[in-house]
Write a protein that binds this ligand. Structure first.
Ligand code: ACM
Length: 655
């Protein structure tokens, strides 16, 4: 069905209920937009109309908003449902609140195609989960404020409602603290810039949640304030967990944190603040006599107990600021304070949190920095049983596209230690929803759009739409529709970036059939990856540091080759001849120096096309061709020849 005929083609996330009348199918041009309000006018909804619908012809729109948000901000329990009824004469948008009405207008925007709308459709919609977010690391690489505003626009289009900013880490500190200027990195957000971001996001129904990650991930802090640690930190530009951590025995550390979080609270009005708590390396605490004495004196047992003591102190300080805390799942502890838990270490920590009981935000299956294709994130449901979730994790190792990192995937099985089975009879605490996580060791401003928008829609749909909305083919069809929106600036931007690297149009087209290698293979590099898989100490030398420019072709590739997927139904002789010519031509042209692997990746695609063609022509036996294609499908440096799994799939199904 063409986009013009199909009501759902641009709808993502898919609404909960869509009814279209068969006798009134098709689209119509409706003339200039005219808005009427049945109750009072809603300023935020009116502003959205003016921003986004100026040149769009929606005809007459009647809007009914029951609770208009005047001077109120989006909150964790806000009402977000809406009803949108299109008849040939009129559009009626009804919502309980401003936030629902904003989502309803977004749906209307997604229904528009070539300035026409469906003649008749009735949509009744509300989110499945109240917490639907993106965690964006703005520390490893700084993302300038104007670009954060663009990210917010994209979140709005996908009906996501939380932007969680990871503002501090070993490599920097992006919150423009006035109390602790020595902490603040050169590239940072001034407090008034963050206030602007918060207001901009709130106008779009999006909450901004700051994360100040303590007591680990503080190497940068300890260079500025050595007195907050029990050892001397060393200047460092490397990635990976650093040994430095705050000294929880010192009152001055708590006083500083109180002052800092009070500043953070002035800027971020949301009820929730993220305090990190992940990957605390206990070595410094174990080596310091006074810390060990403190643990004994307070009957804390060990470093875990000390971390929990620290978290409890922080929770009390933040409660005084009327804030509730969120921590990564290492904060799980028998005596943990009142806290939301953000799951990131595989399947089992969600249920450990719910059993405490603590509400949980699911993130483990939604790590966008793993460069996985969208369908993998899409298949993980935040409320899947632990057993199903573990099975899906295990299945990843047998996915051809991840085979080159299969051994590394099993490294994460250590996170399954301490798993508990949830008792169905106990309601425990709720899964609030989830957040996709975009860590930024290998992402900066220019490369962010390709990384985010290619896969974030999969997570957005999983968190908004009905649990039985699981048709992957249909998802990709609608993804193509939603990626055409300028908010998700996919195509033009990538083309410009690749052109700036010196690629010709032909080369730009050809590299669309390549992908970056998966999991953390790029970030760790071959040596560290090997060490991680073997369980030995990882060498600290890795291919990337904060100073490594992200200026290779691989940095600008979509983590998933939509071009290869798009060919799936068109693997005919003629198409492949064209593609082979494209690859040949692209390979023959000069490439930017220092990136030879890209050519090897293209040659692998080319060899695979040739083999496929010979097989179709009967010149190569099927089994020989399948084996040959598998041999070609391997990493070429940081590149994967992404066309090959589709060729393999096609040949296998033609058996
Ligand atoms: C994390 O990925 N360290 C939360």
């Amino acid at each position: 069905m063409s986009h013009a005929q199909d009501v759902t083609a641009g709808l993502l996330p898919l609404p909960q209920q869509i009814r279209s009348a068969k006798h009134e199918s098709g689209r119509t041009a409706r003339g200039a937009t005219r808005v009427q309000w049945t109750n009072e006018q809603d300023p935020l909804v009116q502003a959205y109309l003016e921003r986004a619908f100026g040149t769009l012809d929606c005809g007459e729109i009647l809007i009914t908003v029951d609770q208009v948000a005047i001077d109120s901000l989006p909150q964790a329990d806000m009402l977000e449902g809406y009803e949108l009824e299109l008849s040939p004469q009129q559009i009626h948008l009804k919502a309980d609140s401003t936030w629902g009405a904003i989502h309803g207008l977004t749906t209307l925007k997604q229904l528009i195609y070539e300035n026409t709308l469906p003649r008749q459709v009735h949509i009744v919609d509300q989110p499945r989960f109240p917490w639907r977010g993106l965690m964006l690391d703005v520390t490893r690489h700084f993302i300038p404020l104007p670009q954060l505003l663009e990210v917010v626009d994209g979140l709005q289009l996908l009906k996501l409602n939380v932007l969680h900013l990871h503002l501090s880490d070993d490599q920097g500190f992006r919150f423009g603290s006035e109390a602790f200027p020595k902490l603040v990195s050169d590239e940072h957000y001034a407090k008034d810039e963050l206030c602007h971001l918060v207001a901009y996001a709130a106008d779009r129904g999006i909450r901004v949640i700051p994360e100040i990650d303590v007591p680990g991930h503080v190497n940068h802090w300890l260079l500025a304030y050595p007195e907050w640690g029990s050892e001397q930190a060393k200047p460092s530009q490397r990635f990976g967990v650093h040994p430095g951590c705050l000294d929880p025995t010192q009152e001055s550390v708590y006083q500083a944190l109180e002052t800092l979080f009070a500043e953070v609270a002035e800027v971020f009005p949301d009820r929730f603040v993220h305090v990190g708590g992940d990957e605390v390396n206990p070595k410094w605490w174990q080596r310091a006599e006074h810390v060990q004495a403190f643990i004994a004196e307070h009957d804390l047992k060990d470093a875990r107990g000390l971390q929990n003591y620290f978290l409890c102190r922080l929770q009390i300080s933040l409660a005084a600021l009327n804030k509730q805390i969120i921590g990564w799942d290492e904060v799980l502890h028998e005596q943990m304070p009142d806290c939301l838990v953000q799951n990131w270490r595989g399947a089992t920590t969600r249920d450990r949190a719910l059993a405490v009981p603590r509400p949980c935000i699911v993130s483990a299956p939604y790590y966008l920095d793993l460069h996985f294709p969208a369908d993998i994130h899409y298949r993980f449901d935040p409320t899947a049983t632990q057993q199903d979730w573990l099975r899906m994790e295990d299945d990843l190792a047998t996915d051809l596209r991840l085979e080159h990192t299969a051994e590394a995937l099993s490294w994460t099985h250590q996170w399954r230690r301490g798993a508990i089975a949830l008792d169905d009879s106990e309601p425990g605490a709720p899964v609030l929803g989830g957040e996709a996580c975009q860590w930024a060791e290998l992402v900066d401003g220019p490369t962010l759009p390709m990384r985010l928008w290619s896969r974030l829609p999969a997570v957005a749909e999983r968190l908004w739409s009905n649990a039985n909305c699981r048709d992957v083919t249909d998802f990709y069809r609608r993804l193509a529709g939603v990626l055409a929106h300028p908010e998700l600036c996919s195509d033009g931007h990538q083309h410009t970036c690749l052109q700036q690297l010196g690629l010709t149009d032909q080369q730009i087209q050809a590299v669309q059939y390549l992908e970056p290698t998966k999991w953390y293979s790029r970030l760790l590099g071959a040596q560290a990856l090997q060490a991680r898989m073997q369980g030995s100490e990882m060498p600290q030398v890795r291919p990337y540091t904060v100073a490594t420019p992200l200026n290779k072709v691989v940095d600008y590739l979509m983590p998933e080759s939509f071009a290869s997927r798009g060919l799936k139904d068109a693997l005919t002789g003629e198409h492949l001849d064209e593609l082979a010519l494209l690859c040949e031509g692209a390979v023959a042209e000069p490439w930017p120096t220092g990136d030879d692997d890209v050519v090897e990746g293209l040659k692998a695609n080319l060899a695979a096309i040739r083999l496929y063609q010979q097989t179709l022509a009967g010149a190569t036996a099927l089994d020989e061709a399948l084996a040959g294609l598998r041999t070609h499908y391997r990493p070429y440096g940081e590149y994967m020849p992404a066309l090959i799994p589709f060729l393999l799939d096609h040949l296998q199904t033609s058996r």
